[in-house]
Design a protein around this ligand. Structure first.
Ligand code: FAD
Length: 378
């Protein structure tokens, strides 16, 4: 049976950025690494957006905005997001960029096969695919196991679910310098529903009809809302160039408790998705760096994750939104209406001090959060 130092089960965002960090660290030349994925990673299966104040991955940024827009049925506000820029990366650009780096390293291999099992046997791990079995010292797993979350009740699960259309319109209706972060002016229908608009030019944009809620909708329900939004923008003729869809877990379930000495769950499988927003990209860039640094001195993966105050804030946030899913528009409007948007983004990036946390928390409606806090504590 062939043996590797590291095996990555799943080769999506988290695996690729972790391997990229390993390459940048110059410390893995003596390690043999196998990346396994059932998919060839050769399609543009998603578009990532995130706010950032660094020039990381600058080579593959396809669009950058200096301003974003927030709206609900009562107000529209252009957000000054300094020191951040809102950035876009196409999935395929990231896959090609990192596979190109990997191709320069003979110790890193990719295998397109479906993983059916992996286990920690104490002094090594066993990974089985449909065709082959391997042993290794460490497994980095990003194959998401939804049953872990749905089979328990302590940590509720919401989903960020959406369908997006990338369109070209006849009319030049879009402001290409401003991304619409959240537009809650759409009918809420008892949920947290908003439109997310990423304009590339005056007549090209990705429009995503998005919900933070328990249950998925039928395809028609998302698409009817996108059509209505397009019509309300004053567009009479347009072409759909590309479609995407997703549902991202929003939960404070402690995924890291499933880590063992030699197996670590990374990406959404490791709880690297921000529970209160579903944003994952930025967290993955940070966690992958921390993980590679961690491996320089530690070898027991159960020591990697530490619970912090932000985990607890997200726990209450999800409890509140799970109890009353119609409150989302009010919650997010409260945050973005008066407060400095840069501070809110810093808070969502989990980089604020306790004093800054309080400034943000005091913008939230008191009663539902007190109720959620009371039920968690008692
Ligand atoms: C359409 C879409 C758009 C998104 N946009 C954003 C965004 O704008 N900003 C943001 O922050 N987040 C976004 N996300 C959320 C998050 O960033 C992505 O889901 C991200 O890809 C998660 O990284 P990951 O490594 O955890 O999972 P993935 O990137 O999904 O990687 C998991 C990999 O495991 C593979 N796999 C699964 N099962 C098996 C198996 N049995 N055997 C072998 N391989 C297997 C899959 O093929 C996949 O390649 C988006 C998600 C989607 C779906």
């Amino acid at each position: 049976m062939k043996h590797y130092n590291y095996i990555f089960t799943g080769t999506g965002l988290a695996a690729l950025l972790t391997v990229y960090e390993m390459i940048l660290s110059n410390k893995i030349e003596d390690k043999t690494i196998l990346l396994i994925d059932s998919d060839a990673k050769k399609t543009n299966d998603r578009t990532w957006c995130f706010w950032d104040d660094s020039n990381r991955l600058e080579e593959i940024i396809s669009k950058k905005w200096d301003a974003t827009l927030f709206a609900d049925e009562n107000f529209r506000k252009k957000l000054d997001i300094q020191p951040y820029h809102y950035k876009m990366i196409q999935g395929l650009d990231l896959y090609e960029f990192i596979f190109n780096q990997i191709s320069k390293h003979q110790n890193i291999h990719f295998l397109q096969e479906k993983v059916i099992d992996f286990s920690d046997l104490g002094n090594h791990c066993l990974v089985k695919t449909e065709e082959t079995s391997f042993t290794c010292n460490k497994v980095f797993n990003s194959i998401f196991n939804l049953t872990l979350v749905t089979s328990q009740k302590k940590y509720p699960l919401l989903q960020q679910h959406f369908i997006g259309w990338f369109i070209k319109s006849k009319e030049p209706v879009f402001d290409e310098n401003t991304a619409t972060f959240m537009d809650f002016s759409v009918n809420q229908k008892g949920n947290t529903r908003f439109m997310y608009v990423l304009p590339i030019s005056k007549n090209e944009a990705l429009l995503e009809y998005t919900l933070f809620s328990k249950d998925l909708l039928s395809k028609n329900e998302y698409e009817d809302e996108i059509e209505l939004y397009i019509k309300n923008l004053g567009i009479t003729e347009y072409e759909i160039v590309e479609k995407e869809q997703g549902n991202i877990p929003m939960t404070s379930y402690p995924f890291w408790e499933n880590n063992s000495k030699n197996i670590i769950n990374i990406g959404s499988s490791g709880g690297w998705t921000k529970a209160s927003t579903g944003f994952t990209f930025k967290n993955v860039t940070k966690k992958s760096k921390q993980l590679v640094k961690f491996l320089e001195t530690e070898s027991d993966f159960t020591k990697f994750h530490k619970k912090d105050k932000f985990w607890f804030y997200d726990l209450l946030f999800i409890d509140v939104l799970f109890q009353d899913n119609s409150i989302g528009s009010e919650l997010f409007s409260g945050l973005f209406k008066d407060e400095n948007s840069g501070l809110i983004l810093k808070f969502l990036d989990e980089e604020t001090s306790l004093f800054e946390d309080l400034k943000v928390i005091l913008k939230c409606p008191k009663a539902p959060f007190m109720k959620a806090l009371f039920s968690r504590v008692f």
